[in-house]
Design a protein around this ligand. Structure first.
Ligand code: NAI
Ligand SMILES: C[N+](C)(C)CC(=O)CC(=O)[O-]
Length: 469
């Protein structure tokens, strides 16, 4: 059964949550009194539809239904998850919980996007405090996986587990913080870095662009894959973390940082920062900057997928949960996916090398379907491609949904041959075809040989079925 989420407050963050739920197959009901909310959410959704599917090598579940509601009571009715993303004002958030708890299911989880309030503060005046947790996301919510799940002893272990499972199923990474603190974990770092940056500008040391360069050409890249402590462990050399602390720990008491001191945000300082930011990025609109940000994040996370590390490992694990079960009947839909931006080239279309990738993925899907899966390969058997011909018939663009239809045209002994047709999903146009001939191989001897009997039987049965159809 389709699950329903209610989004209370559909601004930058609420819009991102709406997209995350919708693109993972949930129905989404939005309440936001702003008459512009529907337009804004649809714009965020447009970005998300372009971006999120590109992280995966198979299509996401069918998108859920989006609806906008004139009252909070209507929006929360029947929702199993309610995500509050109204402005960061405690009195407003508390009022919202009081209203929505009159109408929502007592078993629903109420997550707050608050960047800084503790869950006990949010639970303070609530009718059922046990329903409320902090689920603090990171912008853009449809791409970045971290959610700080902050709870109190009012929340049962069952509810925390349910919240965690739900977030994981959405491809998110719930980091459970069970000792509450203002601004949770991550925003404390962001605040510290931001404070230092404001000082550097105020003191005339660096511009906004120089500060951004100091981050993106250096430690920002390290943080995205190893975080802080693993990075510093490596920086300690063979002597490791202890040596690193002995060497650099004393610097913390030198005047390197301003630490808790915050520069006064005078009009003059705010204007200086705004002017520098305009000079740095004013030639791009916010939507263009969002696209640039999203495409870079996708490329970085796809690289991490390939390494099986950090956010990339999470996406790999998530993808397994919605991998479709293939049918034997021809044609087998061996691939259903979106063309990612990093597959396109200087000609503005999918590069020819990526067609090979797509047909290779199609062959992998057929191999898994006949039992030549990861465990079979681990045990020392596999298929190698001996010959492949590709006909390029039409262009494919980033963001397009495509399928590959595969027929097993030969399956006897060590031979396996597939004929693939790649089509655009919305109009069925044939984009490319491929004839792929594979040989079964023993991975120890590296010589061709017959498959194990159960795989051979599946291959032969498929070839017979597809020839007859
Ligand atoms: N913008 C950011 O980078 C991040 C913000 N957050 C948190 O998310 C929450 C929302 O922040 P943003 O989306 O940035 O703010 P925003 O100003 O973009 O959106 C807030 C939305 O709430 C709506 N709203 C106001 N009163 C309402 C009510 N009574 N009921 C329903 N909707 C109402 C507004 O019309 C607006 O569309 C805050 O708690 C913030 O701390 C969390 C992570 C990052
Ligand atoms: C600026 N901010 C405190 C609202 C930022 C966040 O809460 C998280 C983010 O996305 O950077």
């Amino acid at each position: 059964m389709t699950k329903t989420a209610a989004i209370i407050g559909g601004g930058v963050i609420g819009g991102g949550w709406a997209a995350r739920f919708l693109l993972n197959g949930w129905d989404v009901r939005v309440f936001d009194p702003d008459p512009e909310a529907e337009r804004k959410i649809n714009e965020v959704l447009g970005n998300a539809r372009h971006a999120l599917p590109m992280l995966y090598d198979i299509a996401l579940p069918r998108e859920g239904r989006l609806s906008f509601h004139a009252s909070m009571s209507e929006a929360v009715a029947g929702a199993s998850w309610i995500q509050e993303s109204v402005p960061e004002r405690l009195a407003l958030k508390r009022k919202v919980y009081q209203t929505l708890q009159e109408h929502c299911d007592a078993g629903a989880i109420i997550g707050s996007s608050t960047s800084g309030f503790k869950p006990s503060e949010l639970q303070g005046c609530a009718t059922r405090p046990e329903q409320i947790v902090v689920t603090h996301p990171f912008n853009p919510v449809y791409l970045l996986p971290l959610i700080e799940l902050v709870t109190t002893d009012k929340n049962s272990a069952g509810l925390v587990a349910r919240a965690s499972d739900t977030l994981t199923a959405l491809g998110l990474y719930p980091l459970h913080v069970n000792k509450e603190i203002d601004a949770h974990i991550a925003d404390r770092f962001l605040e510290a870095v931001w404070r230092e940056a404001l000082w550097l500008i105020k003191d005339g040391i660096a511009t906004t662009e120089e500060i951004d360069n100091a981050i993106r050409y250096g430690f920002g890249l390290r943080w995205g894959q190893m975080g802080l402590f693993e990075t510093y462990r490596v920086a300690g050399g063979e002597a490791g973390m202890k040596h690193f602390i002995d060497q650099f720990g004393p610097c913390l008491s030198w005047p390197w940082t301003k630490l808790m001191d915050v520069p006064e945000l005078t009009d003059e300082l705010a204007q200086m920062i705004a002017d520098q930011s305009d000079a740095q990025s004013g030639h791009l609109s916010i939507r263009e900057l969002e696209r640039k940000r999203d495409n870079n994040l996708i490329a970085m996370m796809r690289a991490l997928r390939q390494q099986g590390n950090a956010a990339g490992r999470l996406i790999n694990d998530h993808q397994v949960t919605f991998r479709p079960v293939l049918s034997d009947d021809p044609p087998i839909i061996s691939v259903r996916r979106v063309i990612p931006a990093d597959w396109t080239d200087y000609n503005g279309h999918m590069n020819e090398g990526r067609y090979g990738q797509l047909f290779s993925d199609a062959a992998d899907a057929v191999m898994t379907h006949v039992g030549a899966d990861a465990a079979y390969i681990e045990a020392g058997n596999s298929y190698f491609t001996a010959e492949i011909t590709i006909k390029f018939l039409a262009e494919a663009q980033a963001g397009e949904h495509v399928i590959v239809e595969t027929r097993v045209t030969e399956g006897a002994g060590k031979k396996l041959r597939c004929y693939h047709e790649m089509k655009r999903e919305n109009d069925g146009e044939l984009l490319a075809t491929s004839d792929q001939f594979m040989l079964h191989v023993n991975l120890e001897t590296r010589k061709s040989c017959d498959p194990l009997p159960e795989v051979l039987a599946r291959v032969e049965a498929l070839a017979t079925l597809h020839k007859e159809a």
